[in-house]
Ligand binder design. Structure first.
Ligand code: PLP
Length: 435
């Protein structure tokens, strides 16, 4: 058995190395990267950039290009940093959370006829693979306070066809995992945590994303931390599957048991019931570097967000028509990816649509993002009856149309944060006064 190897630079010392290598980057390209990541204009900016260029171009005769641009030591370093941060050993860096979900769904051998329970309110990514393979989506109603999947409704909707439950820690607020894990155990169901918003959240002393059978975090540019715009971390607690996930990420490529006279083999990845054929969710060294750089700041980022959330929650205490974001406790530590603002329409004298309009007018833009998945045309076109499903998700209908919106809590100045709190309080007061 040869040592584990790769396409690039695997020949060692030789006169003419065999290497399938693409075009390298040069100093001009590097300058464009700097110009892209550090944008600006004006004479001072131009002068500073020119000074950088004078130095950067000196690198050309001195520097060599990296040996690898994909799935190399930087990706491994990012995974090691995630492992240390999460307290797991299985972090696998994939193109995005959606690609991570796909590996978990394939592991479960999800196919037409199987049922998957997802929360009624989440992002389309949660249900994309089940929809694609024709599995049946079963929408669990949400808890009216957290807007996370309600375990009691999950219990009601389990059948003997339920293969997976996919709790989503929406906004970075941990789902109540204990009852879900208990149900899953009783019914032999695989739990996939959609932890897209929840890198660093804690549930009863455990990092979110290390509780279910699988979890995927997102490092897309809009999440708390990013790996240059796209990225995802997949973890598993399935014994023995952690190493297999590396091959599940890259087409089943197997360098440990090559075919005679061939560099590698393609071997099936063993899922729970059956072997499966993986796709390609490989990540780049640049993404690996980007993720490692940001992980070290994650606690700081969460703390900044928590402070902003606490400020808003404290301010909103003055009006009991406002149901502020829960800030957590010893057992529940959110990431505060989004601030969940709710109102009680009876006390506020109007619903959230009225409030959103008023906030818009005051310059606090409100964009509906996470809503009932069963309202999408793609779901309806696949034969789902939106109105029937809505009847089985009364909390979802009520909170989405009448009660909640999300406020931003990062990157705002103190002044903006204060203005936003003032705008919410003033708008609700106007509604109460019948204006
Ligand atoms: C962003 C998001 C995803 C998808 O993450 P990607 O990394 O972009 O694939 C999944 N679920 C939720 C709830 C999200 O907000």
């Amino acid at each position: 058995m040869g040592k584990q190897t790769d396409f690039r630079y695997n020949t060692g010392e030789t006169r003419v190395p065999w290497a399938a290598v693409g075009e390298n980057y040069n100093v001009h390209d590097l300058m464009e990267v700097i110009r892209f990541l550090m944008q600006g204009e004006g004479a001072e900016y131009d002068a500073a950039l020119e000074a950088v260029w004078q130095q950067v171009k000196k690198l050309e005769p001195l520097a060599t290009p990296p040996g690898k641009l994909s799935l190399g030591s930087k990706v491994e370093a990012a995974e090691a940093a995630c492992n240390e941060y999460l307290g797991t050993t299985t972090s696998t860096f994939v193109t995005n959370a959606t690609a991570g979900f796909e590996i978990a769904y394939k592991y479960a051998n999800l196919k037409a006829g199987d049922e998957v329970i997802v929360p009624a309110i989440t992002f389309v990514a949660t249900m994309a693979y089940p929809l694609a393979v024709g599995a049946k989506l079963v929408f669990a109603d949400v808890d009216p306070v957290t807007i996370n999947m309600d375990p009691a409704d999950v219990a009601r909707k389990i059948t003997d066809k339920t293969k997976m439950i996919v709790p989503v820690h929406i906004g970075g607020y941990p789902v109540d995992m204990d009852p879900i894990m208990k149900l899953a155990k009783e019914h032999d169901i695989i739990v996939l945590e959609d932890a897209a918003h929840a890198f660093g959240a804690m549930y009863k002393g455990k990092k979110v994303g290390t509780i279910g059978d699988f979890a995927a975090f997102s490092m897309h540019e809009v999440k708390n931390i990013t790996s240059f715009g796209e990225g995802g971390i997949l973890t598993t607690t399935v014994p023995g599957f952690g190493d297999e996930m590396k091959r599940a990420r890259f087409l089943g490529m197997d360098f440990t048991c090559p075919i005679k006279d061939w560099l590698y083999n393609i071997t099936p990845v063993q899922g729970k019931e059956a072997p499966f054929v993986p796709g390609n969710a490989s990540t780049t060294e640049i993404q690996g570097l980007g993720l490692t750089l940001q992980i070290s700041r994650n606690e700081e980022i969460i703390e900044k967000r928590r402070k902003a959330a606490k400020y808003l929650t404290d301010r909103f205490a003055e009006n009991d028509a406002i149901i502020p974001q829960d800030l957590g406790n010893e057992d529940i530590k959110p990431t505060f990816h989004l601030y969940l603002l709710q109102i009680d329409p009876a006390k506020a004298g109007g619903d959230i649509q009225v409030l959103k309009k008023k906030l818009d007018e005051k310059g606090v833009t409100q964009i509906a993002h996470f809503g009932p998945l069963y309202r999408f045309k793609i779901v309806q076109d696949m034969g789902y009856d939106s109105d029937e499903i809505a009847k089985s998700c009364p909390n979802c209908e009520e909170v989405f149309y009448k009660r909640f919106t999300h406020l931003p809590v990062y990157g705002l100045s103190d002044e903006q944060l204060e203005y936003m709190a003032d705008a919410v309080l003033a708008s609700v007061a106007e509604m109460q006064a019948g204006k």
